[in-house]
Design a protein around this ligand. Sequence first.
Ligand code: SAJ
Length: 432
Amino acid sequence: MTNIQTVAVVGLGYIGLPTAAILATNGINVVGVDVNQNTVDSVNRGEVPFVEPDLGVHVAGAVSQGHLSATTSTPEAQAYIVAVPTPFREDRSADLSYIEAAARGIAPRLKGGELVILESTSPPRATRHMAEYILGLRPDLSLDGADGAPVVHFAHCPERVLPGRVMIELVTNDRIVGGITAEAAKLAKDLYAVFCQGEILVTDDVTAEMAKLVENSYRDVNIAFANELSVISDKLGIDVWELIRLANHHPRVNILQPGPGVGGHCIAVDPWFIVAAAPETSHLIRTAREVNDAKPEWVVAKVREAAEALGIQPVIATLGLAFKANIDDLRESPSIGITAALSDQLTDAKLLVVEPHVKALPKALQDRSNVELAETDTAIAQADIIVVLVDHDEFKNVPPAAVAGKTVIDSRGIWRADVERDLAIAAAAAAL
Ligand code: SAJ
């Protein structure tokens, strides 16, 4: 049982807001803090500023019950959860400036006895850096009570929820809780037990930081394997999705799916934190990043070849801008770079960009005379070349006859993986 009744969640993004909402719907009094006034205003109206299934219901419920509110300045609280971005800099080391800004907001509010949790995905020792930073601003407080100074408890509790399934996974996933001290870990464990039904595993802060990075690197390495197979298969003239489907019938083989590259704010970023921490020894992790980062260029080259083969100034429909299926999150999305490169390289082509989850083109694609946002049906009907970049359900449901006779470059295998659909497309093409 936790004694904590008031929590301030600093950073109301894809992780902070769901965490604030789930704590609040479980009876904790939560104040969300964000530098963006629009985010604060929308949360106070009970609205969610981005797409995440079920989050809206939680936020609206928590706000109307009076358990959740938002503000731009950090209030006093018994516990603080920091969920701010940790991007990487040009040299691929982690940028901790958002954590430091959050720490500057928290430090003046502390009296001693509080728990400060870092949830942001962080390089090894970031939690210690945050603790030292706060105690540097507040030398009257301490980590361990030396000289009788009041203690502040620090822990790292990485989130592992999958965008698109956040409200389910927040409750059901096992959770790692790493304390700088054993007492900090215990306090954090008790707080997460308010809503987490999975196992809560206790360790130290640095192991918890690495566990999170390792999980995402594991996935990156495995996606790189699938992406490399897709390039090899193309050279050999075989269908990689058929190949993977067959290989995965082996009881100990489970190959992931190739795509146009790896996007999102986690898997494309976190492995670099490991490489930066141990550059001499992170061969496989670095190579996986390079393989995945090279995939968008390969897709662009495929489209250019197809355009040359057609010998016309083609209309190209690019399906999807999000970094993965059925979400509106465009962060680090390979589709954006691919679409921008096609616009730069195929200046005579017309690009019809389809993304059912956004109302406007992102900045990188605005003000380009050969790019416009279009509906799925219109783009497919007008296109000579269809490039599938995201496996949104809306694209999966396109009837086979609609794409018959067109050149399809399907980086996600949404149509090619389905043999029956292939046959239906062939039949529709034969009937043309
Ligand atoms: N992707 C593929 N092939 C696959 C699987 C994914 O190309 O077989 C691509 C996706 O299209 C996307 C990228 O990889 O561009 C990442 O997508 P994802 O669904 O694998 O992961 P994220 O980034 O949405 O969420 C990950 C999750 N981590 C793991 O699965 C180990 C999630 O649990 C973490 O909480 C999240 O990162 C995070 O916040 O770190």
